[in-house]
Design a protein around this ligand. Sequence first.
Ligand code: EPU
Length: 429
Amino acid sequence: MEKIVINGGKPLMGAIEVSGMKNAAVAVILASILIEDRCVLENLPNISDVTTSLDILRAMGANIRRLSPTTVEIDTCSIMGGSAPYDLVRKMRASYYVIGAELGRFGRALAGFPGGCDFGVRPIDQHIKGFEALGATVTVDNGCIEAKADGGLRGGQIYFDNSSVGATINVMIAAARAKGNTVIENAAREPHVVDLANFLNACGAKITGAGTDVIKIKGVERLHGCTYAIIPDMIEAATFMIAAAATHGTLRINNVIPKHLESISAKMEEMGIKIDELDDAVIVSGTDTLSRVNIRTLPYPGFPTDAQPQICVLLCLANGVSTLYEGVWDNRFRYVEELKRMGAKIKVDGRTAIVEGVGALSAAPVRAVDLRAGAAMIVAALATQGRTEIEEIQYIERGYDDIVGKLRGVGADIRKVNIPDPYLYEKAN
Ligand code: EPU
């Protein structure tokens, strides 16, 4: 069993590099099914969700060449529709982009139901509504999603009931090669929606308005390959910013787009933390006393839900009582039980966590219950005197590129260890 072991209490100091954004990378990789040509993708993070996305393409017949640790060339000319392996598809949420991309390219799609972290119900009704507006018939049966548009997709008008990132991206992918014009209203405005639109436009698509709540797409018959660099990961950057503040360190976080981090910087400044914005870096200087704040997660440009567990650790270290409202997911507080093992005082009532500042946490064995929960455990352990062991680190590896090596480079005492499972050990002896 692999664990991350941290001897905490050491301030993070120096400079750390942010990798390409997970949620943009997986969308762009799977959207390349639609391109039917060769694309070179740069600044890809080395994480298991990217490996899974590339494995899906390879299994579908794509040719993939790794040109450097962060660059791949993908040729999707000979992809076969309906051939995404079920076992890979159910490993991650973003695999639903296979449906949009197959529909756009072949006029029909078939793939298993997507997996991903467990935050309660994760419906796909808005994706289906979007595909239906483009003329597809969608059925969900036996753990699979099947979509068909006899005569091909045609442009349509879609109003999303909630601004879903996944549905916005999926419909944009499908509509890029539909006949005629599509308008998406109440579209998600997240930076990875914009990144995907920029990628498709670099391949010859005609998409305007990405980054606002109305996106217009003029369908084109064919797309062509391109070379494209993925944007930096704002959530990885936010995790490092919070870790710097939690350890009273001073950290320069390189390769970021400071605009994407504004909601996080604003809340951290409200807590008394100094943030200096440079062109493509931020410098976070921790403070001895952290003030309480109230935070509400919201779709972009609001405070991101994907940084909610990590900021909760800072609230535990602040003076006074803070409230943390989760505005996106039904059940994203499963990590609270783990933080309580470390002495946190948190009461969860529905979508609100009431966090009583306790000054310091204490080391304990904990679990990563999902990806960002795992990141929060790392932040908590870095801030805490003593040895913390984190289990189930496969969740963390889905979304953080070499987090152990990067944090070690800025002074953390952190390592990955392979500890024999005590139960298996007992059985073998
Ligand atoms: N929703 C619906 N119907 C749908 C789709 C979504 O009701 O058809 C609801 C969801 O239940 C949720 C809200 O809309 O309450 C937002 O969901 P969204 O579709 O925006 O989420 P997603 O596309 O499944 C992406 C990220 C998540 C991130 C959310 C919100 C990817 C692969 N995942 O998920 O990232 O939390 O947007 O920003 O892009 C992570 O990186 O740790 C992560 C979970």
